[in-house]
Design a protein around this ligand. Structure first.
Ligand code: MLT
Length: 427
């Protein structure tokens, strides 16, 4: 017999089906609540509300578990490449050699971006934030690809996926190059996806560029760790925008804008800005730890704790080792990073932070690595977007293929009741 939930309202008992996920998560299906009872639920921030069923990512905040299509984040980060993970998230299975070769070859078909895109980039002031430019350029891709995507055509979907992964990477690097006043680089189809990003970001015409394998490996791992995270703010945005049948590029553009916020993808930029402020103030970490503990002090530590992970962020454990490897390998000597290590040690040992599960999260360490890689602070959230792109694509496709209805929440009105109109003479 299927499980039901009972709710008594105004003396009437209503029954609602309970659904159970493949990892035994339980949900009450209230899709008939308003029709049967006239009531709705309310849940600001949707902390208790599921928007969909999904087969893509499973996470358990209490146990610190994260899996993409059933594979642990630990296995994927240590044994797979970012493009293998892109393929897994989007198509549901890890690619075999020939599938991966075809995927990489098809991406290479689309690595040349329409030159008219440069006219759009030129329209931005040099100090425009990279995420604002990237969101605009992503939406502009619709102008160059106006034909709506038929999600029922596997061939059209495959080509659109590869085109999106290719163009987004090139445009992300162009955002940086434009801000630095450097010539825009082109993708080199003889090199790998992640190596190409570094080359497009940092190669200058006057010198030969060779990507450091340590950096390529660290960045590949970072992108895997950011690839998907179930119904986070930006992914939910992509799904809701896509539910109106807006195109893939328009939906991803909206996701970029959502990720920009300092409470979401902008947290990695905020971490470095916090560390730089501590350094500028004299570098007294203990002083700022005391400020963080003082409830009357507005200072808050960025990069600690997580809305979903109650004990630790499994990605942070992996990225912490990558940060140590990169800093040791590059022999980076950076006082801001020294402050970060002191802060990390304090947070991991201090009962105040341990009791509140304020452990260093993925944003704390990713900011450190990006800084060590020489990536400008305002580009950190673009790095997050490059990593999250396959997750956005996978979730958008799942939503469309499942034929989900347009996302349109209800509300509880608390404004004025009916009032008589007053003309301006009597106001
Ligand atoms: C993410 O990876 O999207 C962030 O951890 C935020 C979240 O999951 O809510």
């Amino acid at each position: 017999m299927s499980e039901v939930a009972k709710l008594e309202l105004d003396g009437t008992v209503y029954e609602f089906p309970v659904i159970t996920g493949s990892e035994n998560e339980k949900a009450i299906d209230i899709s008939k609540l308003r029709g049967n009872s006239g009531y709705i639920t309310i849940d600001p921030g949707f902390k208790n509300t599921g928007s969909c069923v999904s087969e893509i990512t499973f996470l358990d905040g209490e146990q610190g578990i994260l899996r993409y299509r059933g594979y642990s984040i630990e296995d994927l980060a240590n044994k797979a490449s970012f493009l293998e993970v892109c393929y897994l998230l989007i198509f549901g299975e890890l690619p075999n050699k020939s599938e991966l070769a075809k995927f990489e070859a098809t991406i290479r078909k689309y690595t040349l971006v329409n030159e008219e895109m440069k006219d759009i980039i030129d329209g931005f002031p040099k100090n425009a934030h990279p995420m604002g430019i990237l969101s605009s350029l992503t939406s502009a891709l619709t102008a160059f690809n106006p034909k709506p995507l038929n999600v029922e055509s596997d061939e059209q979907v495959y080509e659109a996926v590869c085109k999106t992964l290719a163009k987004f990477l090139v445009l992300s690097s162009w955002v940086h190059r434009k801000r630095e006043g450097f010539p825009l680089n082109y993708y080199d189809n003889s090199k790998g996806y992640v190596e190409n990003f570094l080359r497009m970001m940092f190669a200058i015409p006057t010198e030969e560029y060779k990507a450091d394998p340590v950096i390529v490996d660290a960045l590949d791992k970072l992108l895997i760790l950011h690839a998907d995270h179930e119904q986070n703010c930006s992914t939910s945005t992509v799904r809701v925008v896509g539910s109106s049948h807006a195109g893939l590029f328009a939906s991803i553009s909206a996701g970029v804008s959502a990720l920009w916020g300092p409470l979401h993808g902008g947290a990695n930029q905020a971490v470095i800005e916090m560390l730089e402020a501590i350094k500028a103030d004299g570098g007294d970490v203990e002083k700022f730890i005391a400020k963080a503990k003082d409830k009357d002090d507005p200072f808050r530590l960025m990069g600690f704790g997580h809305r979903v992970y109650k004990n630790f962020d499994p990605r942070a454990k992996i990225i912490k080792k990558a940060a140590d490897d990169v800093l040791n390998s590059l022999g980076v000597n950076d006082p801001v990073l020294d402050i970060a290590k002191t802060l990390e040690k304090a947070a991991l040992e201090d009962e105040y932070f341990k009791a509140r599960n304020l452990y260093p999260n993925v944003d704390f360490y990713s900011g450190i690595i990006y800084r060590a890689l020489g990536i400008p602070t305002e580009m950190f959230t673009v790095m997050f977007a490059i990593g999250r792109l396959p997750g956005w694509i996978a979730q958008w496709l799942e939503m469309r293929k499942n034929g989900e209805p347009i996302g349109r929440p209800r509300q509880v009105y608390t404004g004025s009741n009916l009032r008589d109109f007053k003309d301006i003479a009597s106001r």
